[in-house]
Design a protein around this ligand. Structure first.
Ligand SMILES: Cc1cc2nc3c(=O)[nH]c(=O)nc-3n(C[C@H](O)[C@H](O)[C@H](O)COP(=O)(O)O)c2cc1C
Length: 282
């Protein structure tokens, strides 16, 4: 399904915004976000709930904090779900779709999975105690100029860079890198995946193309994938970029977790799901 916004243009223009001008969202911006929320469905069958929090960005009123990471944001979005299979991937997918939509409106956003006061945000956003609530994001009007602190944080984690195709994408087996030429019409969805944000910009994903299927792997052992759900958030975000761009390019397909994907992978990679091209009737 095509999106209500220009996917490729939005992904290319997006970067995390940590400095805002303190103005609240306009009524129209808030309404557009709220109207878009119920339209978001992830392909993993995970029910994700969103909440929006208006705070006083300038005044002294007590508000949940971000350890100084975010400045001047009056509004925050949060996403939560119940624990279960592919909960992190589903939440990553859905929350990223909401944040891309916000970016398409010219608003700034920034995934916060670590630098936010979890219990205070949970209270303010009325998140149920037993929910899986891994992230929030400010949403608002960028100040336009990054703070020195923000630039330093970006520099420390190489936030402007991305890994090369040669280490992220593979053709039939893990000893053959996939080139944009060999990827053909899928070069654009893979490139949009490559631009996806991830925690500390670690880009912990690999994709193997095998005929009409793209197999998605977490770049970690199975034990690490089990223990660290934030890797699932990153993979869900990447899957969102891939799938939205594929839809924009008119490439139909669906995600599924194959029981026997029949791929020999090093044990530093963990198979998670596949995107399978849907044959169009002749
Ligand atoms: C799941 C996730 C968690 C993140 N957590 C934080 C965080 O706690 N604090 C922060 O300042 N940035 C956080 N980020 C933002 C990343 O550092 C940022 O997306 C990455 O460095 C790439 O930069 P870009 O978004 O500007 O392209 C997070 C991003 C993701 C996807």
């Amino acid at each position: 399904m095509k999106q209500d916004f220009a996917v490729e243009e939005t992904i290319k223009a997006r970067s995390s915004v940590r400095t805002y001008d303190s103005t609240p969202l306009t009524q129209q911006e808030e309404q557009l976000l709220k109207e878009y929320m119920p339209k978001i469905k992830n392909p993993f069958g995970v029910t994700v709930k969103f909440a929006l929090l208006q705070t006083d960005a300038t005044g002294k009123a007590e508000k949940p904090g971000t350890y100084g990471m975010i400045k001047g944001a009056a509004t925050y979005l949060g996403a939560f779900t119940s624990a279960g299979p592919l909960a992190a991937e589903g939440l990553g997918y859905s929350f990223e779709q909401l944040l891309l939509f916000a970016s398409s409106l010219g608003l700034g956003t920034c995934w916060l999975g670590g630098t936010f006061q979890h219990s205070r945000f949970a209270r303010a956003l009325q998140v149920p105690a037993d929910a899986y609530f891994p992230a929030v994001s400010p949403v608002g009007h960028p100040l336009g100029k990054r703070r020195v602190f923000e630039n330093l944080s970006r520099w420390a984690i190489h936030a402007n860079g991305r890994k090369s195709w040669a280490v992220l994408f593979f053709d039939q087996d893990f000893s053959t890198p996939l080139t944009p030429q060999a990827a053909g019409e899928f070069a654009a969805p893979l490139e949009m995946l490559r631009l996806a944000p991830s925690a500390i910009n670690r880009q912990p994903w690999c994709v193997l193309k095998d005929h009409d299927a793209f197999h998605f792997f977490k770049a970690c052992t199975a034990a690490k994938a089990e223990e660290d759900t934030s890797l699932g958030l990153d993979l869900g975000i990447a899957a969102c970029h891939f799938a939205l761009e594929a839809a924009e390019k008119g490439l139909p397909g669906h995600f599924e977790k194959l029981t026997a994907p029949g791929i020999t992978a090093p044990n530093t990679l963990t198979y998670t799901f596949s995107w399978v091209l849907q044959e169009t009737p002749a």
